[in-house]
Design a binder for this molecule. Structure first.
Ligand code: LLP
Length: 408
């Protein structure tokens, strides 16, 4: 029987129905502790990239643990403040911040804007001046290193929309330093997601430090260095470095180059929540096909969009092993009317209708990317701590879905 902490997933699913996301609070805190071990004795801030999972109950855990947050929209700002976050530990990333979002973030008193273009600098300057404020900023640098991950989640290559090109960086910093509504405080980079090797980080670090030298030689001091997020998790026998091991390595380089005294910021998302969560789903039907057998479950691409979007792999396991019967190879698919609605391909499963399955590593980029496609209500979420379960999001009802719409 599969458990999350002290609670059986079977009992939780019977109580709350399926599909159901279940998260372990302890797993989240342990993942955070790994980063903090890596940064021991340093001035460092872990800013949870809340796009990975922005449910209030999840944000609350990290806020209570003293985390900062990386946000990318006004909606995320409102959410994280509602969860009790300290705005002085919030940083704002993203290529397309609107004036309205800038105003809200300035009014809230966030720590830093990670600016992604020179055009954005000018707008932020104007917005800040109009509010009689100065906006603290880092410029996100595109270091042009290959993170060796899926192309949709690579962000630090020349062809990506993110950041300011390495060669333009000094120019952008000079421009920023000349603007009265802008206060330069740091430098930022983020090269991609689900990175499972240390080498792209080490390459990016060297490139960023080269720039720090150049920018400081031009008389612009940088108080903090933000290395983004991106550390991968184990989905399918992946072996990413542990956060503390990776950071010991990166800090050694940083010290060797004489930058060990700077404040460090990181923006991890997936590695703080991905393996803390599972999605429990019921087998609705099994169906033999001409080429394939199908196991049709009640979770779909609107709940678990990663396989359809990135051909991502999530392990799918029965909550309890059957003693009788044999395994059949299935494509595990959802009820949505698209062939792209698959959750796993060619999986050996010994299941019958009504069995419960757990889709593993479903804490990150599942619920936060969930949609109402096919007018499916979004799933419920439970947070487990020891033997206590809290329903942190009730299942979305049809009324919830219809509320914002009308016709005349
Ligand atoms: N910082 C910035 C500026 C980011 O764009 C991201 C993620 C992060 C931090 C956090 O990265 P993480 O530590 O979670 O890798 N939906 C995709 C992942 C998209 C990542 C987008 N940016 C997926 O399901 O794989």
């Amino acid at each position: 029987m599969l458990h999350v902490e002290a609670l059986s997933l079977d009992a939780l699913a019977r109580e709350h129905g399926t599909p159901l996301f279940v998260y372990s609070k302890q797993w989240m805190l342990d993942a955070l502790a790994a980063y903090r071990r890596g940064f021991e004795g340093r001035d460092a801030l872990v800013c949870y990239a809340m796009k990975a999972n922005s449910s209030l109950g999840v944000l609350r855990v990290f806020a209570e643990a003293g985390c900062g947050f990386d946000i990318v929209s006004g909606g995320e700002l409102a959410r994280v403040l509602a969860a009790g976050a300290d705005p002085a530990k919030v940083i704002f990333s993203g290529v397309g911040k609107t004036r309205d979002e800038m105003r809200q973030a300035l009014a809230a008193g966030i720590a830093c804007f990670n600016v992604e273009s020179e055009a954005e600098l000018d707008v932020l300057n104007a917005v800040a001046l109009a509010q009689k404020q100065r906006a603290r900023i880092s410029i996100r640098i595109n270091p042009n290193v290959d993170p060796k991950t899926h192309p949709y989640i690579s962000t630090g290559l020349k062809g990506n929309k993110f950041g300011v090109a390495h060669d333009r960086a000094l120019h952008a910093y000079r421009h920023a330093a000349s603007l009265p509504g802008i206060e330069v405080v740091g430098i930022d980079c983020h090269i991609g997601s689900q990175i499972t090797e240390a080498s792209p980080y080490l390459d990016a670090l060297e490139r960023v430090l080269d720039l720090v030298e150049t920018i400081e030689q031009a008389g612009i001091p940088l108080h903090h260095l933000d290395f983004g997020g991106g550390l991968g998790i184990d989905y399918n026998h992946d072996t990413p470095p542990a956060a503390d091991v990776l950071w010991k390595q990166l800090l050694a380089r940083l010290d060797a180059r004489g930058f060990g005294d700077r404040q460090l910021i990181v923006e991890p998302g997936r590695s703080l929540i991905g393996n803390a969560g599972v999605c429990v789903t019921e087998v609705l039907y099994t169906k033999p096909g001409e080429d394939k057998n199908f196991c049709i479950i009640d979770a779909a691409m609107n709940d678990l969009p990663r396989p359809a979007m990135y051909q991502a792999f999530h392990q799918i396991v029965p909550l309890a092993e059957r003693s009788a019967g044999t395994s059949t190879t299935y494509d595990v698919v959802g009820p949505i009317c698209e062939s792209g609605d698959w959750i796993g391909r060619d999986r050996a499963l010994n299941v019958v209708e009504g069995d419960l399955l757990a889709v593993l590593s479903a804490g990150a980029y599942c619920m936060s990317m969930a949609s109402n496609y096919n007018s499916r209500g979004r799933a419920a979420e439970v947070l487990v701590s020891g033997d206590r379960a809290t329903l942190i999001r009730r299942r979305e009802s049809v009324d919830d879905q219809l509320r914002a719409e009308h016709f005349d």
